[in-house]
Design a protein around this ligand. Structure first.
Ligand SMILES: [Zn+2]
Length: 473
């Protein structure tokens, strides 16, 4: 990345943001990204115990960041709420502003940050120059923003974080919260900017530096990520997981240092091209094709470029920790698609299917912004978008059903997930799937979104799918 141009780019992105959000909402285009799980694309026809063979993928490279996120959530919640207690009465010149500020402090102590926000907004209107009022306003906005984030109301949360920073650019928790939000929405470039500001304000905070490293990592800037993590590790001698992570990413960086990079409008592709220089163009073409096809069907497009790394077989395992049998996976925590080429050439239809499958996962995360549907929805839709294995999966599920081997959606996300998704598409149409994703984007819990979309509850639906595979109707 050209770090010097980042600020300018960020400014441009920000100025387009408000109009963009409104437009996207109107167009029901799904914006932003979220966290989820990793998934695999086994090339063998029928993953017999597909839920089982997914587990290692979830473990590798996940626990560290999951833990970070958990720690962060906890700290920011506790930290921000505690800082709410520190709100001090201002020495405002305007007596009414002073009174409002005091009343706001009382509301914070009662645990009503929303009420405090209202009072402080009025206080700030009366006395816009009082530093205590501005500081209090920033802190309370940050608390409110954090609550909105937890409720899945991400756009509103972002507005509050930014307003908090307008009131007081020194509010570290607001920068961290904003960075976290951007990381969750798969915008690592902006996340880097936000975490960098937080680190500048509080350089001794290792936790924030780790988040900055994560944003660099997600952006594909591995040396910058390593540099931040190493600085954080210097003050965290007992953090074994961080050291492990550093060692793994060093290996990954080492492998990628000989790789080529290619950027297109919607993808940042890194690939092993030592023998063939023109491969990158072909990979980009296939990915752009997946972008159009999957986007057309699901009616959604991610708002930032998706990172894709195509490994040679010898590099895949050391770089990812997975065996090459996996074929490829989408990392929920870093938002990158990783593919083991296994000798597949761009002309091979299986490669196009593989990319469409993994891109579908990336898009679903993007669409639902962390309010992720269950695995069977992910895999069912990804298999649908492959345009390859769905008919085979249906036959196999029916064969097993007739033999009395009924598997649940949870236990069999590929096979039964595929059958369930095809069942839904056939009976309700693709537009309802888009509606389901839209409801998840709006923050509805999955069961509620499902019920609202298909007018049936999940248990009844699962029984219907069971009947379908065992009786064939
Ligand atoms: Zn998958």
């Amino acid at each position: 990345m050209q770090r010097g141009t980042c600020r300018l780019e960020c400014q441009r992105v920000k100025s387009n943001r408000q109009a963009g959000i409104a437009q996207l909402a109107r167009a029901r285009a799904f914006q932003a990204r979220g966290r989820g799980f990793e998934s695999r694309f086994p090339l063998q026809a029928f993953p017999c115990s597909d839920s089982q063979d997914l587990r290692p993928a979830d473990r590798v490279g996940g626990s560290f960041v999951v833990q970070c996120i958990r720690v962060w959530s906890c700290r920011i919640l506790v930290g921000v709420l505690l800082s709410g207690w520190l709100v001090v009465p201002a020495q405002a010149t305007d007596p009414e502003a002073y009174r409002l500020n005091e009343a706001a402090v009382a509301e914070v102590r009662r645990g009503n940050p929303e009420a405090a926000l209202d009072l402080l907004t009025r206080a700030a209107t009366l006395d816009s120059r009082d530093a205590s009022i501005r500081g209090n306003l920033a802190r309370v906005r940050t608390v409110v923003a954090h609550r909105l984030t937890q409720a899945g109301r991400l756009s509103e949360a972002e507005v509050q974080y930014r307003a908090a920073l307008d009131a007081d650019p020194g509010e570290v928790a607001a920068w961290v919260g904003l960075g976290e939000l951007q990381l969750r929405q798969r915008d690592p470039r902006e996340a880097v900017e936000a975490f960098r500001r937080a680190v500048e304000l509080k350089p001794e905070d290792g936790e924030t530096r780790i988040r900055l490293g994560q944003a660099y990592y997600n952006l594909g800037e591995l040396p910058a990520a390593l540099s931040e993590w190493e600085r954080a590790a210097a003050t965290r001698s007992d953090d074994g997981e961080l050291r492990e992570r550093i060692a793994r990413v060093r290996r990954e960086a080492n492998i990628q240092s000989s790789y080529r990079a290619k950027e297109s409008q919607h993808f940042a592709v890194v690939y092993e091209g030592r023998r063939q220089e023109d491969l990158g163009q072909e990979f980009v073409r296939l990915l752009e094709q997946a972008y159009l096809e999957v986007g057309y069907v699901l009616g959604a497009y991610p708002s930032a470029a998706v990172s894709v790394i195509l490994y040679s077989d010898v590099d895949f395992a050391p770089a990812t920790g997975h065996s090459t049998e996996v074929g490829g996976f989408y990392g929920r925590l870093d938002g990158k698609i990783r593919i083991a080429l296994r000798g597949l050439k761009p002309g091979d239809a299986r490669l196009a299917s593989l990319l469409a499958h993994e891109y579908t996962h990336a898009l679903i995360y993007s669409v639902t912004r962390g309010n992720n549907p269950p695995r069977w929805v992910h895999e069912g839709l990804a298999v649908h978008m492959e345009r390859d294995r769905a008919p085979q999966f249906k036959d196999e599920a029916q064969r097993r059903g007739r033999a009395g081997r009924f598997e649940t959606l949870e236990k069999s996300p590929y096979l039964m997930g595929s059958v369930a998704i095809e069942y839904l598409i056939e009976r309700y149409g693709m537009a309802t799937i888009r509606l389901l994703l839209q409801r998840l984007w709006e923050g509805a819990p999955f069961a509620e979104a499902f019920q609202g979309t298909f007018q049936t509850d999940l248990a009844t639906f699962e029984r219907a799918v069971g009947d379908f595979v065992s009786r064939g109707y």
